[in-house]
Structures are given as C-alpha cells and as structure tokens.
Design a protein around this ligand. Sequence first.
Ligand SMILES: [Zn+2]
Length: 86
Amino acid sequence: MRRVRAGEVPFDGGTARQIEPDRPVWHGNGSDDYVCVECANVLAVAMQPVQMTYKVRVRCGRCGTVNVSATDEPPPRRPRASQRDR
Ligand SMILES: [Zn+2]
C-alpha cells in the first residue's frame, strides 16, 4: 500500500474504513496481504492483485492513514464523462 497523494481522494467517497484495527477489512482468496503504509497494520488479507485496483482505498483503523493500493499503472482515465461508476 502507499499513501494517498493530496487531491487524489475523489469526492464520491471510495474509501473503505477499517472499524476494528485487528480485523482486516477484506478477506480474499489470493496471495497478497496489504498493510498500512504508516503503521503496518493489516488492512486486507489474501487479496488477488485484480481485486486491489487503483480505486481501492482503506482508512487504517489504527492510525487513520488512508492507504491506496500500490500499482505501477497510472490513474485510469474515465472513458466517458457521462458514465457513472458509483
Ligand atoms: Zn495505520
């Protein structure tokens, strides 16, 4: 995971919030665990890379840092301005 850059969080609120610090937000069936960039708290376990897209964000339940899935891909462009994705 990495830290969210300023202005990167969209207004449509796509950030999941971890309520209990000891309980990961997601349990997947893949091979990757995701931890907080700030305090290394486990946010999601056994996730597949395809599940951790650019849009996946988690607010750490321990330190409050908003994490975004680390990826080498540039932020995706919205193909159509009229297309809603919420
Ligand atoms: Zn944290």
